[in-house]
Structure formats: C-alpha cells, structure tokens
Write a protein that binds this ligand. Structure first.
Ligand SMILES: Cc1cc2nc3c(=O)[nH]c(=O)nc-3n(C[C@H](O)[C@H](O)[C@H](O)COP(=O)(O)OP(=O)(O)OC[C@H]3O[C@@H](n4cnc5c(N)ncnc54)[C@H](O)[C@@H]3O)c2cc1C
Length: 455
C-alpha cells in the first residue's frame, strides 16, 4: 500500500462509499475501502429479507467480489474506531478485537446512520431496528417464531399477544414492514397452521404524525393510508411510543390524555436514526459541528471546514436539504471521486449539487408510491416503477436476476422462499434459544426528542 500515489481511505461500503470507490477504480490513486461488514448492503430491500421474500445473499454483495477487477482498490474488513487527524491515520478493529492502522491523504467518511431509540437503548432488546443484515435476520426470527409460538397456545390473551405485531414509526420502513407482515399473514401463512388463523394477526402501526409517509405529498399519503387500512394494518397516528417491554408497548397521545397499553409480543422499531459511533468520535476529535442526530457539518464540496482532506458523504453529511436517501449518498460518492480526479489533473474542486430524483415506497403487492417532481404514481403503476428502480440500483447482475425471479415466483405462488431463521445452539449463553427472558441490563439514559426520520 505504501508508495508515492495519493492514498484515499473510504470508511463505509454503503451507497456513498461504493460509488466513490467505483468511480476511483483505475484512477492513479490507491484506494482502501474499509467496512465493518464484508459486503455492500442494499438497505431498501431489507424488509423483504426480514419477511422471508428475499435471501440475504440477494440484497448484499461481497465488496471483495465487487472490486475484484479494480487493481487499485483494496477492500478491508474492520471497524473504524479512532482518528488521528494530525498523523492522518485511522485505527480499525478486527472482529477478533485486535487493531490495525491505515494512513490516508484523503479520507472519505461514508459510515451512515444507525437506528436511534432516542436515548432509550433498552428498547432495543424488545424492539429490533432495521438498519443491518443482522437486524433483518433478527426480525425474521421473531416474526416467524411468533406465529409458531401462537400455534402451541390455547386461545386467550397470551396467544393474542403473540399474534399482535407493533411497529413504531410510520415512515417508509415502518409502512413496508407493517404491510409485509399483514400480507404474509393473509397470504403466505394463511393455510399453513391448524390451531391459529394467521390472517387474524393484528399489525399496529404507531407514529407521532398525523399520517404515514410524511415525506410524500398528502395525496399519496392518503392513498397509502387507504391501502394499509384495506390490508388490515391498524394505524395509530399522533402518538409516541414511550415504553417497550416484554409484553408490548405504551403509547402517549401527543395531544394529551392518558397513556395507552397494547399487548404485542413482537415490537419492531423504525422510528429514528442517529450517527454511528465513529461519526460522533470524528466530530469530537475535529471539533466540528454536528446536528442533534450527529450529522456532521460539511462545506459546499462536502469536506470539513479547515480539513479539505476529509470528506463526509451520504446520510452523515450535515448540510441543508440533503436527504437521508440512497441517491444523495451515491451522488456524494461520485462527487468526491470527481474532486480527487480534478485535483490530480490540477483543477479546482466543484461544489456538490444534489439532484433530487424523487422517492418511492412499497406498500403491498401491486401497490407502491413514486414521487418524482410533479410526477406522482400510486397503485399498480407506482409498483411497476418501484420495481424497476430497485432492480436498477441493486448491486450485482446475479442479485438482480435472482431477485426478479424470486419476485415473479412470489407473485405467482404467494410463497416466500427465504423463511429459514437461526435459533441459538444449546449450551452457548451468547446464542440463546430464547430472547424472551432477557433482562434490560442498562438503566434508561435521559430522553432526547425524536428527529422523525426513519432512514
Ligand atoms: C430499511 C431501509 C430502507 C430504505 N429504503 C430506501 C429507499 O427505498 N430509497 C432510498 O433512497 N433510500 C432508502 N433508504 C436509505 C438509504 O439506504 C440510505 O440513505 C443509504 O444507505 C445511505 O448511504 P450511506 O453510504 O451514507 O450509508 P450506508 O449505506 O448506511 O453505509 C454505511 C456503511 O458504513 C459501514 N460502517 C459504519 N460504521 C463503520 C465503522 N466504524 N467502520 C467501518 N465501516 C463502518 C456500514 O457497515 C455500512 O456498510 C433506506 C434505509 C433503510 C434502513
């Protein structure tokens, strides 16, 4: 790795890091792409992995395979934990807890966000979030196990609790998950059980706003509301989930009034995001401003003020009007690569200009929303457009082909081919067979207000 060529270190192989590294492939620089996971994850289809439609291999691609042909790009597995801006050195931790260092001339921080519980981290034990492959597999385990447990119980409140699913957060991820669970219960699982009726499973969706999908115009939001209601999702708007425990959730109406309890043995959390720990560390070490969720203030070219060699892109970039969507991360990655290339050619950097290419959200079979400028699509045409967009951006031709094939099979046969889930091995305490005896170990830290963005 050590020669006179410029060393570009990219932290994070998500959308931002991937697009930056790709554009620097074959350029006269040495690129190191460091990620704490070994693959690029296509987060927009995580919920399909969580609910058994897609396998995890279909929504992730090994970074090593992705960059096999780019001789100047090295991919490394490691968790960035420390930055020395004077030495221009990052320390990373291997999965065995040992560490190694990486020196850079240009640092690109594309480490993304993680789920936020707004200071109530103990909720996570009962309510997994939805940001990583582990989250998706955890949710898959809980959702399918809930039906299995219910099947073994006599009718009554305990069984009802297992057949009730609470989803916190009415943004795209919450809507997608809630819709999928109902669809799974009413189609895929409908005839597979003898004691329970899966279609009687209740799915409760909670959000503090007046309606779901606030990022979409009210016309599309209304359509989404109707589709969800038709699907049987119970919408509870204008409430905050203020407690989560083994037996369910407590919600507090925003307009005042008494708290309400809902018994639900499966709770899923999609209510907010915050910067990953390395980003917090970076902000502290560099003394730069970060917003409430930890997004780092960047200048017009996405570099940090006074540190032109450090760029922050994607979800972590804290600049007005930059949304937490894949398109922003991809464009940011391409922009930084262009800055590096221009500097090699002795040209000045250009400011970053984000081009809004719209938003899409899946509701259910044959129903999705697409909003691109004045174009608003819902229902079947929205669904078709949603499908094309997701396939176009999915990483790897093999994943694209197999995802389309899986979707066609799912539509034709109403089945889900990726329902397998792991259960812990006996005798290993860290791989428990059950998650329901967990004791919250840490006392709840002080509450901080939600930021309302589920991605
Ligand atoms: C469930 C879900 C659905 C979504 N749906 C859509 C959608 O339909 N359309 C859309 O436009 N956007 C969607 N998004 C948002 C979109 O996925 C993000 O905006 C995008 O992934 C941000 O890209 P990024 O490169 O900034 O970060 P990410 O893609 O999150 O990548 C960050 C990478 O950094 C790595 N990393 C983190 N910390 C470290 C560390 N310390 N050291 C090394 N590596 C580290 C992570 O492993 C990860 O690979 C969705 C997000 C989620 C969670």
């Amino acid at each position: 790795m050590g020669n006179s060529r410029k060393r570009v270190l990219i932290i994070g192989g998500g959308f931002g890091g991937l697009f930056c590294a790709r554009r620097l492939g074959g350029v006269d620089v040495d690129v190191t792409l460091l990620d704490r996971a070994a693959g690029h994850l296509f987060q927009p289809l995580l919920y399909q992995c969580a609910t058994g439609t897609l396998g995890f291999g279909q929504i992730s691609r090994p970074l090593r395979e992705e960059f096999e042909r780019h001789r100047n790009v090295t991919t490394l597995l490691g968790d960035a934990i420390d930055l020395d801006p004077e030495l221009r050195r990052v320390t990373a931790r291997r999965p065995d807890e040992t560490t190694f260092t990486l020196d850079y001339d240009v640092l690109v921080v594309a480490a993304g966000m993680q789920q936020s519980y707004f200071g109530k981290e103990h909720f996570a034990e009962w309510a997994p979030g939805m940001k990583t492959l582990d989250d998706a597999l955890n949710i898959r385990q809980r959702v399918f196990t809930a039906f299995e447990i219910a099947e073994t119980l006599p009718p009554g409140p305990e069984r009802d609790g297992w057949l009730t699913f609470a989803v916190a957060g009415g943004g795209p991820t919450g809507v997608e998950l809630a819709g999928q669970i109902r669809e799974m219960a009413t189609r895929t699982l409908a005839h597979e059980f003898h004691s329970i009726e899966p279609k009687e499973a209740r799915v409760l969706l909670f959000d503090g706003g007046e309606r779901v999908l606030k990022a979409f115009c009210s016309e599309l939001g209304e359509k989404a509301t109707k589709s969800l209601q038709k699907l049987g999702v119970e919408l509870h708007m204008g409430v905050h989930v203020t407690d989560v425990n083994r037996d369910g959730v407590t919600v507090t109406p925003k307009a005042g009034g008494p708290d309400e309890q809902y018994a639900a043995r499966t709770v899923l959390w999609t209510a907010g995001v915050e910067a990953v720990p390395f980003a917090r560390h970076l902000a502290k070490v560099l003394g730069v401003e970060a917003d409430r969720s930890g997004r780092i203030a960047v200048g017009p070219d996405l570099s940090i003020d006074g540190r032109p060699e450090i760029f922050v892109i994607g979800d972590l970039a804290g600049r007005e009007n930059l949304p937490g969507v894949a398109e922003n991360a991809m464009q940011g990655g391409l922009h930084v690569a262009s800055c590096v290339r221009r500097e090699l050619a002795g040209k000045p950097r250009r400011p970053f200009r984000y081009r809004d290419l719209g938003s899409a959200a899946y509701i259910a079979r044959r129903q999705a929303l697409l909003q691109v400028g004045p174009v608003k699509l819902a229902g079947f045409f929205g669904w078709l457009a949603w499908g094309f967009i997701h396939i176009a951006f999915l990483t790897g031709v093999r994943n694209r082909v197999s995802t389309v094939t899986t979707w066609l099979t799912t539509i034709a046969r109403e089945n889900r081919g990726h329902r397998a889930f792991m259960l812990g091995a006996t005798g290993l305490p860290e791989q428990r067979y059950t998650w329901t005896t967990w004791d919250a170990l840490t006392p709840p830290p002080p509450e901080s207000p939600p930021d309302g963005n589920d991605r």
